[in-house]
Design a protein around this ligand. Sequence first.
Ligand code: SAH
Ligand code: SF4
Ligand code: F3S
Length: 413
Amino acid sequence: MPKFYIETVGCQMNVLDSELAGAALIRSGMEPADSITDADVILFNTCSVRQHAEDKVYSALGRLKQWKEQKPVSVLGIIGCMAQKDQKLIFQRVPYADLVLGPGQLDVLAETVRQLFDAKSGGRKPSVLQRVCVSLPRNAGKHHEVIESFRLYNPERMIRGGLMPAAAGSPSLVRIMFGCNQFCSYCIVPYVRGPEQSRPPQDILNEVKLLADGGAAKITFIGQTVNSYCYNNNGKITKLADLLYLASETAGVQQIDFVTNYPLGIDDRLLQAVRDLPKVVKHFHVPAQSGSDTVLQRMNRHYTSARYREMTDQIYETVPGATMTSDFIVGFCGETDAEFEQTVDLVKYCRFRNSFIFKYSGRKGTKSAELYADDVPEEVKKHRNNRLLEVQIGISRRGAHVAKHGQSESDAV
Ligand code: SAH
Ligand code: SF4
Ligand code: F3S
């Protein structure tokens, strides 16, 4: 029985995809390997959000060259966001890779891995020994054709009568929407994850029930802009607030939370649902990215710093005891000291429990890389990263908005 190992980097989308991919491989007759070197099939689930994430994957793949040479009957697959973005480039840089498969093609992963493995072990012969399975680029067809090429993959989350192996103690992830339509100028995600697609509410609720029946007490709804969730069934609209009410009724579910929110979609109904539903965690992760209106404009974020502050006030006023966390990009194209200081002011105003701080990384194919120079020196980016982190840590230590402490994370070294 071939053994597989999946290495995952990136966000919770990838964590869930790896879980689903692992279950599909088990269903197809493979078994999980104890360690990477023990495996016959290695899959790298990759992230393209910053250059650093890609560099890490390429150096890890470089280290696998020897494993590959020593194990002719083996499959090395690159899946996830880099697979969708770089496609043939990956085969140029990693000629010993066997498979490149994007996030919209997970439904054919197990079968494709099996075919490649069987071909190498002398079984059935497929026409090729290397495969590329990716979705259409966003401008490579009519809207519906592009959407259809990013296929929703929602297998039953049971393997051999048991629940899929979510990491011990962590909440079970339930995807409620795929893709992103925001096109923030710096971000690769809309290109690699495709157009926004909300799942039918009944499918989501069935999945929650299945997970709860299998013993999952904590559920996390995930989506790139989770609060944009909107499903239209012949005029009957279901939004995130409705889903929270419906999922709260599931027996066995004790806790529900949701990530990641886009600032403009935090409305009264959502806030009231979070306030009124005892099972819903009183916490909002709402990335602000910057506190400067001019930077936010260049980022194509569609709100001002004042609007973000109003939203923060609204959260704290409507939901007693609520906490907030945020993401920030420092050193974005053209960011001046004065613009950066406005971000510091925003962090002080909002009193986040924690902030995730990233240094801007230009991504080929995005608008900011095309329109603006990546002109903030690395040293300045580092300095701003450290300074913002210090401010955030000070707030977290003093107890943020409520007396709950978070560990701040950052690109800083
Ligand atoms: N969909 C989520 C987050 C997506 S990526 C959202 O909109 O909130 C996670 C974080 O990575 C972003 O919030 C942003 O802060 C950061 N990020 C995205 N692209 C980046 C880039 N090109 N350089 C640096 N950080 C980036
Ligand atoms: Fe990227 Fe913006 Fe979409 Fe988040 S909302 S995934 S930052 S484009
Ligand atoms: Fe990375 Fe893809 Fe998530 S680019 S942040 S793994 S959606």
